[in-house]
Design a protein around this ligand. Structure first.
Ligand code: CAA
Length: 382
């Protein structure tokens, strides 16, 4: 029988994340959103509690959690602030290629010292010339003895201005398309690594997003993850793991929107009664609750499948796509429930809409998720 109950360990993980989210993150969410401040003091506390390097095995200093447990945590954090959550979990995305594709020696050399301190890593795949077509990278990696020389630029990279370590995808030969893509671990201290400025974003303003340029950066062959040409599949396998927690992140934003809307609807009076007693509002709340419930279950299912060691390409794309589309709809309906107040920055729901929007775009735009879903399901009919 499938079982939806959580173990006592999972309950306490969720409680830990909930308490941290409600006491440390939520009180600062509006301020960091308004000022676009990167709240290091909060991120440091998240690190101290083991909420940052969730997917890194414990032997290398991480929390050693599966995708399901990560989702429980991420939903709680995102309930308080989607932007802070993006920055807190970005290490999981950046370190996953090392976890999946690194040798034991590389894991020891990169993960252990990294996890021993509070610091950020960034995942460098997207480039200014196009993010969706990940097989068409322009960043070059040219072999020179026992080094590669990296030249190129990455953009929209979470935490790039703060990172001490980058996992970088570059091509050894652009004519090979995805078969030339190779993954490298590049320390920020390497000469020629030039992080750019923080982008001024619509939402997720507590998170940092920027460019990073590689100008003649010499990277030892020992920092290559897997063989030449193995980078594309490594990037895809990484995203299979990390898209599901984005579904959880979107679900957390949506749950916050519903909770705000429901509480407001019980207090706000029109036509002599609370608006919660008008069917127009009840329909909205019911639709919001259905979407959130479905998003959470899709996310849990994808995570369950991946944690069983199965390929979760289809399920993670479904979860990420459905949950993020739902989050945008739910946040929009929450604003509508608040009416004019919902549009004002003094109230919490307009931020949720801005934060929800990014979940449809990052870790693969939802148009890409739909094409992945279609490809995966059509295979069954071939
Ligand atoms: N697992 C393992 N291998 C995979 C795979 C997967 N999930 N998906 C594809 N592959 C393999 C294929 O089997 C194929 O291998 P062979 O050459 O051996 O046959 C190879 O990869 C090429 O596959 P495709 O032909 O499907 O490749 P494509 O060029 O058509 O592209 C795509 C596929 C799904 C559109 C891909 O380009 C993609 O996912 N694009 C979106 C990229 C993305 O998500 N970017 C977000 C970056 S992270 C971010 O947002 C920043 C942040 O900091 C939050």
């Amino acid at each position: 029988m499938p079982d939806f109950s959580l173990t006592p360990e999972q309950e306490s993980l969720r409680d830990l994340a909930r308490k941290f989210a409600r006491t440390e993150m939520a009180p600062h969410a509006a301020e960091v959103d308004r000022t676009a401040r990167f709240p290091e003091e909060i991120y440091r506390k998240a690190y101290d509690l083991g909420l940052m390097n969730l997917n890194v095995p414990t032997e290398y200093g991480g929390s050693g959690l599966g995708v399901f447990d990560q989702c429980l945590i991420v939903e709680e954090l995102a309930y308080a602030c989607g932007g802070m959550t993006t920055s807190i979990i970005a290490n999981c995305l950046a370190l996953e290629p090392i976890i999946l594709g690194g040798t034991p020696e590389q894991k020891e050399r990169f993960l252990k010292p990294f996890c021993a301190e509070y610091q950020f890593a960034s995942f460098g795949l997207t480039e200014p010339s196009g993010g969706s077509d990940a097989g068409a990278l322009h960043t070059r990696a040219q072999r020179d003895g026992d080094h590669y020389v990296l030249d190129g630029e990455k953009c929209f990279i979470t935490n790039a201005p703060h990172a001490t370590l980058y996992t970088v995808f570059a091509t050894v030969d652009p004519s090979l398309r995805h078969k030339g893509i190779t993954a490298f671990v590049v320390p920020r201290t390497a000469q020629g690594v030039i992080p750019g400025k923080d982008e001024d974003k619509m939402g997720h303003r507590a998170s940092s997003t920027g460019t990073v340029r590689f100008e003649g950066v010499r990277v030892p062959v020992a920092n290559r993850l897997g063989e030449e040409g193995a980078g594309f599949s490594l990037a895809m396998r990484t995203l299979d793991q990390t898209r599901t927690p984005i579904g959880a992140l979107a679900t957390g934003i949506a749950q916050a929107a519903l909770d705000h809307a429901a509480a407001y609807s019980l207090k706000r009076q029109t036509f002599g009664k609370p608006i919660a007693q008008h069917q127009a509002i009840q329909m909205k709340l019911a639709n919001m609750a259905q979407a959130i419930h479905a998003a959470r279950l899709l996310t849990w299912h994808a995570a369950w499948k991946i944690d069983r060691g199965e390929r979760g390409t289809l399920e993670s794309s479904i979860a990420k796509c459905f949950a993020s589309d739902s989050a945008l709809d739910v946040a929009n309906e929450a604003i509508q429930t608040f009416g004019g107040y919902g549009y004002m920055k003094d109230y919490p729901v307009e931020k949720l809409l801005r934060d929800a929007k990014l979940t449809q775009i990052y870790e693969g735009a939802n148009e890409i998720q739909r094409s992945v879903i279609a490809r995966e399901l059509l295979r069954a009919y071939e």
